[in-house]
Design a protein around this ligand. Structure first.
Ligand SMILES: Nc1ncnc2c1ncn2[C@@H]1O[C@H](COP(=O)(O)OP(=O)(O)OP(=O)(O)O)[C@@H](O)[C@H]1O
Length: 227
């Protein structure tokens, strides 16, 4: 089990300048433990993407501290952040974000060519495709896969460097109900089995049953869901 978690301490992110300033994250405190899948709900513009960007080292907070997998992201150079992202963080996007010309197996080989993950850890494309139930479709290109299958490849690709954390943005937005359940069940299984700390942004109330905790973002502030 990994000992790594996601910690945001008193994080403020101010965007824009002059009179147009927006507080996208307003003193956010959040800890996600290894093996925990949390969901973040909230209206459009409430700061959910900003939270993922800060947790993933893509945006630098105005103030506060971000610690991912035991590494403090705040105060790092761009180069160091790129290395830490590659070693520690897996990203999963709305519809898989696959490259159209590559087979499923090659989508997974591509990040592997950019270097290994933590401690040289690197999982094999074949093993991962089997784990997401696509061992028989390794040679298919994205247009030969269903939406759910594309999302499975996207999840497998995010796991290739054995990341400490997964940051997942609306993974079911393009899927029907049955497929949505399967995808979030898969994310929960990977999170629990591999001790990953996972944040999933979603509008899909239907899949919250697979999440260990549900938080709500409103006007840049984060709170536990009531009830
Ligand atoms: N580059 C930017 N400059 C100024 N304001 C920005 C910028 N990016 C985002 N914002 C503002 O910051 C706030 C939070 O945006 P964010 O994208 O994090 O919300 P969200 O909850 O992810 O929304 P959605 O569900 O629509 O994706 C919004 O008010 C948005 O307009």
């Amino acid at each position: 089990m990994k000992t790594s978690r996601i910690e945001l301490r008193d994080v403020v992110l101010t965007l824009g300048d002059g009179e147009e300033t927006v507080t996208a994250l307003d003193h956010v405190d959040l800890t996600v433990e290894p093996g925990e899948l949390i969901a973040i709900l909230g209206p459009s513009g409430s700061g959910k993407s900003s939270l993922l960007a800060v947790a993933g080292g893509l945006s630098t907070p105005t103030s506060g501290t971000v610690v991912v997998g035991g590494e403090t992201l705040t105060g790092r150079s761009r180069k160091e952040l790129t290395r830490l992202r590659r070693e520690l963080i897996g990203f999963v996007f709305q519809s898989g974000n696959l490259l159209p010309s590559l087979t499923a197996a090659d989508q997974l080989r591509l990040p592997a060519t950019f270097g290994a993950g933590r401690n040289g850890a690197q999982r094999s494309p074949a093993e991962l495709l089997a784990e997401v139930g696509l061992e028989h479709k390794a040679d298919r290109r994205p247009h030969q896969l269903s939406g759910g299958e594309r999302q499975r490849v996207g999840i497998a690709r995010a796991l290739i460097a054995d990341p400490a954390v997964l940051l997942v943005d609306e993974p079911t937005a393009a899927l029907d109900r049955a497929r949505s359940h399967e995808i979030v069940q898969l994310l929960a299984k990977e999170t629990h089995e591999h001790g990953i700390a996972t944040i999933m942004v979603t509008h899909d109330h239907d899949v919250l049953e697979y999440c260990d905790r549900v938080l709500v973002m409103e006007d840049g502030r984060l709170s536990e869901q009531e009830g």
